[in-house]
Design a protein around this ligand. Sequence first.
Ligand SMILES: [Fe+2]
Ligand SMILES: [Fe+2]
Length: 180
Amino acid sequence: MNSPTDMLEQEHRSIAKVVAVTSELADRIEAKQPIDREILRNIVEFMRVFADRCHHGKEEDLLFPLLVANGVPVRGCPIGALTAEHVKGRSLVQGLAKATEALAANSDSGRSDLVSNLRGIADLYPGHIWKEDYLLFPMTNKILRAEQLEALYRGFLQVDQKIGKSVYQRLEQFAETMVQ
Ligand SMILES: [Fe+2]
Ligand SMILES: [Fe+2]
Protein backbone atom coordinates (compact mmCIF):
# COMPACT_ATOMS: atom_id res chain seq x y z
CA MET A 1 0.00 0.00 0.00
CA ASN A 2 1.09 3.56 -0.66
CA SER A 3 1.58 4.99 2.81
CA PRO A 4 1.01 8.71 3.36
CA THR A 5 2.92 8.62 6.64
CA ASP A 6 5.91 6.94 4.94
CA MET A 7 5.87 9.79 2.43
CA LEU A 8 5.92 12.39 5.22
CA GLU A 9 8.68 10.48 7.05
CA GLN A 10 10.73 10.43 3.87
CA GLU A 11 10.32 14.21 3.59
CA HIS A 12 11.39 14.55 7.22
CA ARG A 13 14.70 12.91 6.30
CA SER A 14 15.29 15.63 3.67
CA ILE A 15 14.21 18.43 6.03
CA ALA A 16 16.46 17.06 8.79
CA LYS A 17 19.47 17.16 6.44
CA VAL A 18 18.94 20.86 5.72
CA VAL A 19 18.16 21.68 9.36
CA ALA A 20 21.37 19.91 10.46
CA VAL A 21 23.37 22.48 8.50
CA THR A 22 21.73 25.50 10.17
CA SER A 23 23.55 25.20 13.51
CA GLU A 24 26.87 24.69 11.69
CA LEU A 25 26.24 27.85 9.70
CA ALA A 26 25.38 29.75 12.88
CA ASP A 27 28.70 28.60 14.42
CA ARG A 28 30.61 29.78 11.38
CA ILE A 29 28.89 33.17 11.34
CA GLU A 30 29.60 33.64 15.05
CA ALA A 31 33.24 32.77 14.40
CA LYS A 32 33.23 35.66 11.89
CA GLN A 33 33.93 33.36 8.99
CA PRO A 34 32.84 34.48 5.52
CA ILE A 35 29.18 33.82 4.84
CA ASP A 36 27.94 31.99 1.77
CA ARG A 37 24.81 33.98 0.92
CA GLU A 38 23.88 31.58 -1.83
CA ILE A 39 23.52 28.68 0.60
CA LEU A 40 21.38 30.82 2.92
CA ARG A 41 19.09 31.73 0.03
CA ASN A 42 18.86 28.09 -0.98
CA ILE A 43 17.96 27.09 2.58
CA VAL A 44 15.25 29.76 2.69
CA GLU A 45 13.81 28.50 -0.59
CA PHE A 46 13.93 24.88 0.59
CA MET A 47 12.25 25.72 3.89
CA ARG A 48 9.56 27.81 2.20
CA VAL A 49 8.70 25.57 -0.70
CA PHE A 50 9.61 22.01 0.34
CA ALA A 51 9.21 22.16 4.13
CA ASP A 52 6.35 24.64 4.37
CA ARG A 53 4.22 24.74 1.23
CA CYS A 54 4.62 21.11 0.33
CA HIS A 55 5.24 19.21 3.59
CA HIS A 56 3.41 21.36 6.15
CA GLY A 57 0.72 21.82 3.50
CA LYS A 58 0.13 18.06 3.43
CA GLU A 59 -0.02 17.99 7.21
CA GLU A 60 -2.12 21.08 7.87
CA ASP A 61 -4.49 21.00 4.90
CA LEU A 62 -5.05 17.25 4.61
CA LEU A 63 -3.76 15.12 7.50
CA PHE A 64 -4.74 17.25 10.51
CA PRO A 65 -8.32 17.95 9.34
CA LEU A 66 -8.80 14.26 8.59
CA LEU A 67 -7.60 13.33 12.07
CA VAL A 68 -9.89 15.96 13.60
CA ALA A 69 -12.80 14.53 11.59
CA ASN A 70 -11.91 11.17 13.15
CA GLY A 71 -12.07 12.40 16.71
CA VAL A 72 -8.63 13.85 17.46
CA PRO A 73 -8.99 17.16 19.33
CA VAL A 74 -8.08 20.21 17.27
CA ARG A 75 -6.51 21.94 20.29
CA GLY A 76 -3.75 20.78 22.59
CA CYS A 77 -1.66 17.69 22.01
CA PRO A 78 -0.76 16.68 19.38
CA ILE A 79 -2.41 18.76 16.63
CA GLY A 80 -2.56 22.13 18.39
CA ALA A 81 1.06 21.83 19.49
CA LEU A 82 2.32 20.76 16.08
CA THR A 83 0.39 23.53 14.31
CA ALA A 84 1.89 26.10 16.69
CA GLU A 85 5.36 24.76 15.83
CA HIS A 86 4.62 25.19 12.12
CA VAL A 87 3.72 28.83 12.82
CA LYS A 88 6.96 29.30 14.74
CA GLY A 89 8.97 27.64 11.95
CA ARG A 90 7.41 29.94 9.37
CA SER A 91 8.34 33.02 11.37
CA LEU A 92 11.94 31.79 11.85
CA VAL A 93 12.31 31.18 8.11
CA GLN A 94 10.85 34.63 7.43
CA GLY A 95 13.42 36.04 9.88
CA LEU A 96 16.18 34.11 8.14
CA ALA A 97 15.10 35.46 4.75
CA LYS A 98 15.09 39.04 6.04
CA ALA A 99 18.49 38.67 7.73
CA THR A 100 19.96 37.14 4.56
CA GLU A 101 18.81 40.12 2.52
CA ALA A 102 19.98 42.59 5.21
CA LEU A 103 23.38 40.94 5.00
CA ALA A 104 23.37 41.38 1.24
CA ALA A 105 22.80 45.09 1.89
CA ASN A 106 25.87 45.03 4.20
CA SER A 107 23.88 45.68 7.33
CA ASP A 108 25.61 44.54 10.52
CA SER A 109 22.36 43.64 12.23
CA GLY A 110 22.04 40.94 9.58
CA ARG A 111 24.66 38.78 11.30
CA SER A 112 23.06 38.50 14.74
CA ASP A 113 19.61 38.02 13.21
CA LEU A 114 21.04 35.30 11.00
CA VAL A 115 22.48 33.48 14.00
CA SER A 116 19.31 33.69 16.10
CA ASN A 117 17.04 32.49 13.30
CA LEU A 118 19.41 29.69 12.26
CA ARG A 119 19.65 28.54 15.89
CA GLY A 120 15.89 28.79 16.26
CA ILE A 121 15.40 26.50 13.26
CA ALA A 122 18.05 24.08 14.56
CA ASP A 123 16.30 23.94 17.95
CA LEU A 124 12.74 23.62 16.67
CA TYR A 125 12.76 21.01 13.93
CA PRO A 126 14.42 17.89 15.39
CA GLY A 127 11.87 17.77 18.22
CA HIS A 128 9.00 18.55 15.86
CA ILE A 129 10.02 15.75 13.50
CA TRP A 130 10.46 13.34 16.41
CA LYS A 131 6.94 14.03 17.69
CA GLU A 132 5.48 13.38 14.24
CA ASP A 133 7.52 10.27 13.45
CA TYR A 134 7.01 8.57 16.81
CA LEU A 135 3.67 9.92 18.03
CA LEU A 136 1.59 11.46 15.24
CA PHE A 137 2.24 8.96 12.44
CA PRO A 138 1.77 5.77 14.50
CA MET A 139 -1.41 7.38 15.85
CA THR A 140 -2.52 8.22 12.29
CA ASN A 141 -2.03 4.63 11.15
CA LYS A 142 -4.03 3.41 14.11
CA ILE A 143 -6.94 5.84 13.67
CA LEU A 144 -7.45 5.98 9.91
CA ARG A 145 -8.89 3.11 7.90
CA ALA A 146 -6.99 1.70 4.92
CA GLU A 147 -9.17 3.51 2.38
CA GLN A 148 -8.74 6.81 4.23
CA LEU A 149 -4.96 6.37 4.18
CA GLU A 150 -5.10 5.57 0.48
CA ALA A 151 -7.16 8.72 -0.23
CA LEU A 152 -4.76 10.78 1.88
CA TYR A 153 -1.85 9.44 -0.16
CA ARG A 154 -3.58 10.49 -3.37
CA GLY A 155 -4.20 13.95 -1.88
CA PHE A 156 -0.50 14.22 -1.06
CA LEU A 157 0.41 13.38 -4.67
CA GLN A 158 -1.79 16.28 -5.79
CA VAL A 159 0.12 18.64 -3.50
CA ASP A 160 3.36 17.46 -5.14
CA GLN A 161 1.85 18.06 -8.56
CA LYS A 162 0.93 21.62 -7.61
CA ILE A 163 4.50 22.27 -6.45
CA GLY A 164 5.77 20.66 -9.65
CA LYS A 165 7.71 17.43 -9.93
CA SER A 166 10.91 19.12 -11.12
CA VAL A 167 10.84 21.66 -8.27
CA TYR A 168 10.18 18.88 -5.73
CA GLN A 169 13.06 16.79 -7.05
CA ARG A 170 15.44 19.74 -7.26
CA LEU A 171 14.79 20.65 -3.60
CA GLU A 172 15.05 17.03 -2.51
CA GLN A 173 18.36 16.88 -4.33
CA PHE A 174 19.47 20.09 -2.60
CA ALA A 175 18.91 18.42 0.77
CA GLU A 176 21.16 15.53 -0.32
CA THR A 177 23.97 17.96 -1.16
CA MET A 178 23.79 19.27 2.44
CA VAL A 179 25.15 15.96 3.72
CA GLN A 180 28.42 16.27 1.80
FE1 LIG B 1 4.84 19.15 10.99
FE1 LIG C 1 6.25 16.90 9.32
